[in-house]
Design a protein around this ligand. Sequence first.
Ligand SMILES: [Fe+2]
Length: 253
Amino acid sequence: MVERIAIVSDIHSNLEALTAVMRDIDRNRVSKIFCLGDLIGYGPNPNECIDLAKRNFDFVIKGNHDQAVGWKIPKVFKETAAKAAYWTRKRVKPKLTKNAATQQKRWGFIRKMPKTQEHGTWYMAHGTPWSNLDYVYEEFEAAQVFDADRSNFRVCFLGHTHIPGLFLQDGDVVHYTDVEDGIRYKIGAEKAIVNVGSVGQPRDGDPRACWVLGRSDGSFSFRRVEYEIEKTAEKIYRTDLCPSLGERLFDGE
Ligand SMILES: [Fe+2]
């Protein structure tokens, strides 16, 4: 029997996008939900997204923003991202309050995220298998992932770019394919890298939340889901987070 698994990534504390995606996932009868990282950072609802992930996801890989909140904000972060990571840390890190036990569990969840995961012939990471800061946008970057492969994966699923896409390895050549939602892609003898796109902050010009329905027969499809962007943006405008983090959601940029 073909196993159906939801793969989500880059939720970025966007509760409205995550809730809409969870409704779509429910309709698609999956047995597991894998998350490729950046659960938090940028958006206004980190604690709510952590609780939802703890209840529903099989694992969450440590994204660069999860790491920035839970550990140290890297120097390569731009000011908007660094300030958002600091804002998020203030809300997630435990304090001596009535909710200390709950916060401790949320903080532990962020700090114990794995760097990579495998499932059958699938390999999963945030940016690349060796770094959650490196991107795979271009064919030469995908070729480096194929060349470095030590796990004999058939499909490598990645987050981080916020742009859905597909790379196929055909002998020594790597081809990039722009992808569309609703089309079923099937992997043959070649290997593939799938950029799964972003739930909470898409950057491909389509503001709808994005997730991937993967199947154990080697096929997968991209799903796009509308959500209440106005509500998320309004919440951002009412905080100290940079207003551009709300504005960009409308354009999917
Ligand atoms: Fe991200």
